[in-house]
Design a protein around this ligand. Structure first.
Ligand code: AMP
Length: 283
């Protein structure tokens, strides 16, 4: 496994592989890797000849400077995990390398409502920052396939829209959310939970996993109230939003009958940490 920090080195190595006919799989990350990331890497390795993982804590997608400062950085450990998972190349650019002279590329794409609801509403500018960095990374790596987790369902919808709008020659592969044995969705942010916060965090998925059944006997509006209350009855958990939305438009559904296209989304504050999760209501 190789590690490079410049765009020139990354392009050279990858183009060299491509010229010999290798297919390229790509997993963009912000590091502080866990099993969720590693499953994306393993899938890429199984489906491609050469797998690239980028580690870049992208400043322009953080609307909260404190969150950026406290984002965990564990490069040595990440390298070992990636090596063990079969990754071929790690690309770890600095901020200057990605945004010389502090200039991020401009991006003129209309995401419709996709970047305005839920995370878009609570984290203004977040998805624009994600789209800018992913576009740039796709131009550098030129992957055949790129792997994204459904844990960040709204982000996945944004990336799919980006690729379609710009006709980028890459297949986006959605991957299932990997969870801890107690149901908590794996996240780099879980590292920041205190022991007592970690104990109550699984409540989020516990409630999400009951939403589908609740919709059989309650209206959408009633289920939203029920879910919010059920999460918040555990002291320390505060719901930022709970939505039941169409899987493609991400707009809230009105009727329980529409649940066969719906996903339940939640964002919860737990002390200083903000966790998101979702569950597909169709099967
Ligand atoms: P991040 O480093 O948090 O930006 O995540 C990098 C990629 O890993 C994104 O596509 C995430 O959706 C994905 N990912 C993060 N956590 C999980 C998880 N628990 N299960 C599956 N994919 C995940």
């Amino acid at each position: 496994m190789n590690l490079v920090t410049t765009i020139t080195e990354a392009k050279l190595l990858i183009r060299n592989k491509k010229s010999r006919g290798a297919s390229i799989g790509f997993v963009p990350t912000m590091g502080a890797l866990h099993e969720g990331h590693l499953q994306l890497i393993r899938r890429s390795c199984a489906e491609n000849d050469f797998t690239v993982c980028s580690i870049f804590v992208n400043p322009i997608q953080f609307n909260n400077p404190e969150d950026l400062k406290k984002y965990p950085r564990t490069l040595d450990r990440d390298e070992k995990l990636l090596d063990g998972a079969g990754c071929d190349l790690i690309f770890v650019p600095g901020t200057d390398e990605m945004y010389p002279d502090n200039q991020a590329d401009d991006l003129d794409i209309d995401f419709g409502m996709l970047d305005k609801v839920m995370e878009g509403k609570y984290r203004p500018g977040h998805f624009k920052g994600v789209a800018v960095v992913v576009k740039k990374l796709f131009e550098i790596v030129a992957p055949d396939r790129a792997y994204f987790g459904k844990k960040d369902f709204q982000q996945l919808a944004i990336i799919q829209h980006l690729v379609k709008s710009l006709s980028m020659p890459v297949t986006i592969v959605p991957c299932n959310t990997v969870r801890e044995p107690d149901g908590l969705a794996m996240s780099s942010r879980n590292m920041r939970l205190s022991a007592s916060e970690r104990l109550i965090a699984p409540r989020i998925y516990e409630v999400l996993s009951k939403v589908k059944d609740e919709l059989d006997r309650k209206s959408v509006a009633e289920v939203k109230i029920w879910a919010t209350r059920s999460i918040e009855e555990v002291a320390g958990l505060s719901v930022e939003y709970f939505e039941i939305s169409d899987q493609e438009t991400l707009l809230p559904i009105q009727q329980a009958g529409a649940k066969d296209r719906a996903v339940a989304f939640v964002a919860v504050k737990l002390g200083e940490v903000r966790l998101i999760d979702n569950i597909e209501l169709f099967s």
